[in-house]
Write a protein that binds this ligand. Structure first.
Ligand SMILES: NC(=O)c1ccc[n+]([C@@H]2O[C@H](COP(=O)([O-])OP(=O)(O)OC[C@H]3O[C@@H](n4cnc5c(N)ncnc54)[C@H](O)[C@@H]3O)[C@@H](O)[C@H]2O)c1
Ligand SMILES: O=C(O)CC[C@@H](O)C(=O)O
Length: 528
């Protein structure tokens, strides 16, 4: 079995490491404890790398990583990844966007409360100086204060909700959301940045990019109230650090709660010399709950991308992500998985790939077709060759035809995609849908209704619908020491289709044995 090498460049939770360690086709390399120069040597073998914010994915890193197909940022912000350099090399970059949201939200609230009550200083006086001097610590209350939230995404809007439970007035500035996203939650919305600058406390939750770097500097601080409090648990450099320092020192800014710095680690940063600041070492994502979730998702996504099956939360696709609503993304993933599955069912050359869509999803047929092509070619050719940029080009060179169609009658599903792959020997048609925003399901296989998660090792057996078939297949697999994890059966007029999920990979020999059962019409096997 050829193995894919996944290099873990930064510390992630052991649950993620265990997934990598115990996956048969993964060669797992732990490189979080080596220095970043030695990492350049280790990274050269990586098919996929997992990083956090401590590893810069820059030209130096990418020049060393000559095999790299994908990179997983085990977290939200990808400002440490040179996206253009990745795209030029055909490397797909992904993040894990929501797994640490709550951790960052709660740290923001902790900094806010800490700033109001000067908590670390009061703690230090009693614990380390053994002084009981209550008159030194008259703080302020969040109650009734006006909070300005810059950026109303996953973290910003949850900070706003928590602030409201402290009975604060909350105002947000985020030109990229509909105002109703805020007003529906009882949060005031403004398009005038100066309104934010007039707040008692300001917290920022935007990505770091050309537009947001130094978003708050001397000019903006000058417009603020004397004694304002500033919180930054997003990215260092969103508040100009020099202006922050000067205005904390002068007392214009009463307190700042800072988790992130322009250059990290920041152990000798001038801000650390001030006495009106609470600081943490980029701990926004550091809860056990969030790290467990991130590491698990990062490991699973790294394995899927190493196998070329799917690239969840890809950031540099050749389609404009901003034009793809979030409900479409799971369909894109599902389309790729179904095509990958379908192309494995028959090993002969693919002649055509057709993608049909019903519901609002049909507006995205072009993107779905690109992803179906990646899935199908990944299953049928040398995986290393295929990426989103070259898939259609390679398919055309192989003489594969494309077709898309809109299905206008309702099937009972609000959206449904149907992928038909025609090979030299057979036609496979598989349909899928997504429930509850992200639950992907195969709902039809060659005309038979199913409800199957597109995941795992699957035997598909078409058979005459006669008694005893399930028992015979069960015995045969048992005799070969293969555990069945699920058995799904759909019945047609004269024949039935069984999808048997198994724990172990199936050899050609076992498939032949199943095919030789009297009732069997055809047998195929696929892994996702
Ligand atoms: N401290 C930590 O450990 C930690 C943990 C998680 C996330 N983060 C950082 O927190 C930030 C927010 O993360 P998120 O998950 O909420 O991201 P998100 O993408 O869900 O939300 C970002 C929001 O910012 C808005 N935005 C973009 N540009 C803006 C601008 N110029 N002005 C106002 N709003 C703008 C977007 O419209 C979006 O609503 C990111 O920088 C992320 O890297 C830090
Ligand atoms: O933990 C990290 O590496 C960074 C966490 C956070 O800043 C993120 O962007 O997800």
């Amino acid at each position: 079995m050829s193995k894919h090498t996944i290099v873990v460049c930064d510390h992630i939770h052991e649950d993620g490491l265990n997934i990598l360690k115990t996956t048969e086709d993964i060669n797992y390399v732990y490189a979080a404890d080596i220095d970043k120069v030695s990492l350049l040597d280790v990274i050269k073998d990586a098919d996929v790398a997992i990083t956090r914010s401590s590893t810069d994915v820059d030209e130096k890193f990418l020049n060393a990583a000559t095999n790299l197909k994908a990179i997983i940022r085990a977290g939200v912000g990808y400002d440490n990844v040179d996206m253009e350099a990745c795209s030029k090399r055909g490397i797909i970059a992904m993040n894990v966007p929501t797994a640490n949201t709550i951790a960052a939200v709660e740290l923001t609230m902790a900094h806010m409360l800490s700033c109001m009550r000067k908590f670390p200083y009061a703690h230090n006086q009693l614990k380390n100086e053994r002084i009981w001097k209550r008159e030194d610590w008259y703080g302020n209350e969040l109650f009734g204060k006006k909070l300005g939230v810059i950026g109303f995404g996953n973290i910003g809007h949850r900070v706003a909700l928590r602030a409201k439970s402290f009975e604060m007035d909350v105002l947000t500035y985020d030109p990229y959301i509909p105002s109703t996203k805020a007003t529906d939650l009882g949060v005031e919305y403004t398009t005038n940045f100066d309104d934010i600058l007039a707040c008692d406390i300001i917290t920022i939750h935007t990505p770091k990019n050309q537009e947001t770097i130094d978003m708050i500097g001397e000019n903006e601080i000058a417009k603020m109230k004397d004694g304002v409090i500033l919180i930054n648990c997003a990215r260092g450099g969103l508040y100009n650090e020099e202006a922050l320092y000067n205005n904390l020192k002068s007392g214009k800014i009463a307190m700042a709660g800072i988790d992130v710095f322009k250059k990290e680690p920041a152990t000798d940063h001038p801000l650390l010399d001030l006495n009106n600041i609470t600081v943490t070492a980029h701990l926004g994502a550091n809860t056990k709950e969030s790290q467990k979730k991130i590491a698990t998702q990062a490991a699973e996504n790294a394995i899927e991308s190493a196998r070329g099956i799917a690239y969840p939360n890809a950031l540099n696709l050749p389609i404009d992500e901003n034009k793809i609503p979030s409900f479409v993304k799971p369909y894109i993933e599902l389309t790729q998985k179904i095509a990958f599955l379908s192309a494995q069912l028959d090993k002969s050359a693919i002649r055509s790939i057709s993608v049909c869509a019903q519901g609002e999803i049909k507006e995205y047929l072009d993107s779905l077709s690109t992803f179906a092509t990646v899935g199908a070619l990944t299953a049928s050719s040398d995986k290393d060759e295929i990426n989103y940029v070259n898939a259609k080009f390679i398919a055309e060179e192989k003489g594969i035809k494309f077709d898309t169609c809109e299905i206008n009658h309702s099937s009972g599903y609000s959206n449904k995609i149907t992928i038909t792959i025609t090979t030299e020997k057979r036609v496979n048609t598989i349909s899928g849908t997504v429930f509850d925003d992200d639950v992907q399901r195969i709902v039809e296989l060659d005309g038979f209704d199913f409800d199957i998660e597109p995941k795992g090792k699957m035997i598909m057996m078409r058979n005459n619908d006669v008694p005893g078939v399930i028992g015979q297949v069960g015995k045969l697999l048992g005799d070969n020491n293969i555990n069945i994890s699920d058995f799904r059966l759909a019945r047609g007029k004269n024949s039935a289709l069984a999808v048997i999920l198994v724990d172990e990979s199936i050899s050609h020999k076992v498939l032949e044995q199943i095919n030789n059962l009297e009732a069997a019409i055809s047998v195929a096997y696929a892994e996702i």
